[in-house]
Design a protein around this ligand. Sequence first.
Ligand SMILES: [Zn+2]
Length: 253
Amino acid sequence: MSLSGALVPSTVRPWCALRSSCHRFPCQQTYFRRTATGRSSLRPTAAGRGFGATTVEEATDAPPVDKLEWRAPLSILKYPDPRLRAANGRITVFDHVLEKFAADLFDCMYRGDDGVGLAAPQVGVNVRLMVFNETGKRGAKEELVLVNPKIVSTNKQNSWYEEGCLSFPKIFADVERPTQVKVKAQALDGSKFTVTLTGFNARIFQHEYDHLQGVLYHDRMTKDILTGILPKLQRLERDFESQYPHVTFRKAA
Ligand SMILES: [Zn+2]
């Protein structure tokens, strides 16, 4: 399944879902290599680097969101639902409601098909929150939650990897991304931290971060790779059109 399979057990396919609050995650201590928190200037998102990519501005001015509303159990939106392309607001309230939402995201992720990460817009809640667990298995290793994440920098070395997405059932294709990313984010209690992610965690983060930018993984595929999965994308588009004939969406081609 992967071009860099040493990063992850062969049974795990990327992506998407999580639960818990960061104070319950021993996570960053062992899985994230902490870096000194500094006033680094933010770089633009990596979106737009790939062939055929869609350029989306870093949402540093994302509108604040002070109330979260969702219906449990959460269900995952499928491409091409336009909510996957909508702007995502900055979370401003850090309370038990946010913790419950993160927990529900994890539950949803673990119910998914080998999901290892999930971003809030994938369940129709357009806020800047992601959860992930590189093992895709509840109770295995750490569950990570990043609130209002921002990319500080990426390294210059890229790698290719066969990605999937819970919003694109059973569609897998290669995507090129930097192998390391430095991130600023907040925990569920609102505390700020800076981490440097490498390996599979770096890839999961960048995939989920794209969701927060309204960018989907096929935006980053080369023209040839995108052409290879286009029939599957167009099948999803036809399914959506038949279910929601009056809803407009962006087509893959
Ligand atoms: Zn995804």
